[in-house]
Ligand binder design. Structure first.
Ligand code: ADE
Ligand code: ZN
Length: 340
């Protein structure tokens, strides 16, 4: 029998704020697209692909992640990938998503920037029509590449200001501090993009502070290591800067030795605006509700904690205040129904 709080998790309206669309590529779709696009993969079956998902750190995962996305070639591929993700999470109570994409990982392979954006956006539009899920798109710069290349991605993004809402920073964190991208983030902010960044996933608390000070981020992706610095925690609480945590990702990338070590409950209790998300669900063994349920069980979260996480997912989103209020009202209606 399903735990009663997990039953609430299943139906609670939620936003997903930390999701790499390329990280939703399931092995079966990877194989089908490899066949469709005549791309050679070093795997013969979905089982073999899943066996490759043993990671000791972020870089181990990134190597497999960039290889996997080599099957994405045409606009239709990006559409299919996006729609399949929305179809899945529509059955998990997700009503709003703010998703990352990594254009440089595609343009580097000769895929046009517009092909990527057109495919993802048509998938998002179809998902809105079919499931009513609203969305915002976040373009990430790959931090292992030079800042000059990030400027090239930004110049492509400027032609899609109506469709790309924010810019982010992802890929290999250690050795690539936020300050490496100060100039391109300044330019992106001037162009009207909202800044966010992965920080404190493997890198130190100082990288989180740098993301706030140098990049002026409005949201921190992961942010786990911020908890090492009490002054930084106090600042994040005071500013109510959202943190988009990803427990199963942390576990699979050995950022934490067990789910019991996830900082989600500590962050909640400290008054941080923490949210729970799936990061790269195909690679880390679970979509958003699997993440909620995993921390619920490991950390002994109660009903109030779970409702707070769902509320935080909308409070920490880039929806307007009016939209946020209407989403929060939906949560109240859902919890009232559930408690009857
Ligand atoms: N790209 C995709 N997933 C990522 C993660 N968890 N950290 C950094 N870069 C990523
Ligand atoms: Zn991520």
């Amino acid at each position: 029998m399903n735990n009663p709080i997990d039953q609430l998790v299943d139906v609670l309206p939620k936003a997903e704020l930390h999701l790499h669309i390329e990280g939703t590529l399931e092995p079966e779709m990877m194989l089908a697209l490899a066949r469709r696009n005549k791309v050679e993969l070093p795997y013969a079956s979905a089982e073999e692909i899943r066996k490759a998902y043993e990671f000791d750190c972020l870089q181990d995962f990134l190597d497999v992640y960039y290889l996997g996305m080599s099957v994405l070639i045409n606009e239709q591929d990006f559409h299919d990938l996006t729609f399949a993700y929305l179809e899945k999470v529509s059955a998990q109570g997700v009503t709003h998503v703010e998703i990352f994409f990594d254009p440089q990982a595609h343009t580097e392979r000769g895929i046009a920037f517009d092909t990527v954006v057109d495919g993802i956006c048509s998938g998002l539009e179809a998902g809105h029509r079919e499931f009513g899920i609203t969305s915002k798109l976040i373009m990430c710069f790959l931090r292992h590449l030079p800042e000059e290349q990030a400027f090239e991605a930004l110049s492509c993004a400027c032609k899609h200001k109506d469709r790309i809402f924010a810019v982010g920073l992802d890929s290999s964190e250690n050795g690539h501090p936020p300050s490496k991208f100060s100039r391109v983030f300044a330019q992106a902010r001037r162009e009207g993009f909202v800044p966010v960044a992965h920080a404190g996933e493997e890198g130190p608390a100082a990288y989180v502070a740098e993301a706030l000070d140098d990049l002026r981020v409005e949201r921190v992706d992961h942010g786990n290591r911020a908890l090492d610095d009490p002054d930084l925690v106090a600042r994040l609480v005071r500013q109510q800067t959202p943190l988009t945590m990803c427990p199963l990702s942390n576990l699979r990338l050995k950022g934490i030795p067990s789910l019991e070590a996830s900082p989600v409950k500590t962050a909640l209790d400290a008054g941080l605006l923490v949210t729970v998300n799936s990061d790269d669900p195909s690679y880390f063994g679970g979509y958003i509700n699997d993440n909620y349920k995993a921390v619920r069980k490991a950390l002994g979260l109660d009903e109030n904690d779970v409702v707070t996480l769902a509320r935080n997912s909308f409070a920490g989103s880039f929806l307007s205040d009016r939209e946020k209020q209407s989403k929060l009202d939906e949560i109240d209606e859902c919890t009232d129904r559930f408690r009857q």
